[in-house]
Design a binder for this molecule. Structure first.
Ligand code: 13P
Ligand code: SF4
Length: 347
């Protein structure tokens, strides 16, 4: 066995301090010193390359913990990461997330080269409707305001009036003057939006397309009922991409950022997180005193991100890893995102 150079050992210790509480690992790894030592040369290389290339890594909370805590510069939900992309002055942005998020970063930071570790990291929502599909809805409902969830392609955004994220969808739509709204592409979020508008006494017709998130549409009310019986005092936390029945049976519904905040601030013996498992991993790191029962699911697209692919995208990105957008499309799509920033609540 070869000797380990001190910087690698120091890096492994840093990784161990960050990762030792991760129990919900997507590949079932146990984060001990040996596991950290294995990835330390790669995280050292990536962190060196970031400086050399004037690069930042934006990491969504659903990607693997060694990316988030080993090399990520900014970690969070879609809204936070889009704000950071807009603020960024880096020459190179590596987006460890899914392609629509990297496209959003390119729209907001056009001078930067934006790369994705894996071009196959799609999203069942973003892939569920095309710009043509939106145009067809607009032809059917010509007076409606078109609202697109950020989980959509740049083409779909370019056909929309305003973009929203899971963290601001309710307040932005409630505040729109239009009485009729086309909401794409999430049918289940549209159901939750209708329910929330009704609760707020806001009278609007919401027309939706038929996409769903392949992770969040699998959670069920039966799962919640069984968990509540087994774990008295349980708090159930879900995302607005879940069904309206799951949302109604939950103690809290919100964006991944809001879910993290809620868990950190709430006293409860157990939490059931009805979302992607990466968020549970983040909470195990950042709120180690909380207890989580199983039930989360993996997003196969998010899990295509690996440290090796992040390194390759930094070192010499292949053409398919580089996000390019035709300028007029970028500008049109940018308008609907900028409108979101103008309408979003500031806290
Ligand atoms: P958030 O913006 O809440 O992080 O959601 C992104 C996503 O893809 C959820 O499935
Ligand atoms: Fe898309 Fe669902 Fe994966 Fe989020 S979790 S990226 S909505 S498929």
């Amino acid at each position: 066995m070869g000797t380990v150079s001190p910087p690698v050992e120091i890096e492994a210790e840093r990784l161990l301090r960050a990762l030792m509480n991760v129990d919900c690992d997507p590949r079932g790894r146990k984060w001990d010193f040996a596991a950290c030592l294995e990835i330390a040369p790669l995280t050292l290389e990536i962190n060196r390359l970031k400086k050399e290339r004037d690069a930042v890594i934006l990491a969504h909370s659903y990607v693997e913990p060694e990316i988030i805590y080993g090399v990520g510069d900014f970690k969070g939900d879609s809204y936070y990461l889009s704000l950071e992309a807009k603020r960024s002055r880096a020459k190179l942005i590596v987006f460890a997330g899914v392609v629509f998020m990297a496209e959003t970063a390119k729209i907001l930071s056009p001078e930067a080269t934006v790369v994705v570790p894996d071009r196959g990291s799609g999203c069942s929502l973003a892939d569920s409707i095309t710009a043509d599909g939106v145009r067809r809805l607009k032809a059917l409902y010509p007076r409606a305001t078109v609202v697109c969830y950020i989980n959509s392609t740049a083409e779909v955004k370019s056909e929309s009036d305003v973009c929203v994220t899971s963290g601001n969808v309710y307040s932005i739509v409630a505040g729109l003057p239009a009485s009729q709204v086309i909401f794409v592409p999430d049918r289940l979020m549209a159901d939750n939006l209708r329910d929330e508008l009704r609760r707020r006494g806001v009278n609007k017709e919401v027309i939706s397309s038929d996409g769903t998130c392949i992770v969040h549409d699998t959670f069920t009310v039966d799962q919640i009922g069984a968990a509540r019986l087994q774990f008295p005092g349980l708090k159930v936390v879900s995302h607005p991409e879940c069904t309206r029945e799951v949302a109604a049976a939950s103690d809290f519904v919100g964006s991944t950022g809001a879910m993290m905040k809620y868990v950190k601030q709430t006293q409860a013996p157990y939490f059931l997180m009805l979302t992607e498992c990466g968020l549970v991993g983040r909470l195990e790191v950042e709120a180690p005193e909380k207890a989580f029962i199983g039930g989360c699911r993996l997003c196969p697209y998010m899990k295509l991100n690996t440290l090796e692919k992040v390194r390759d995208a930094l070192l010499s990105p292949r053409p398919e890893q580089i996000v390019t957008l035709e300028e007029s499309l970028r500008q049109k799509a940018g308008k609907c995102i900028e409108r979101m920033f103008a309408l979003a609540p500031t806290n």
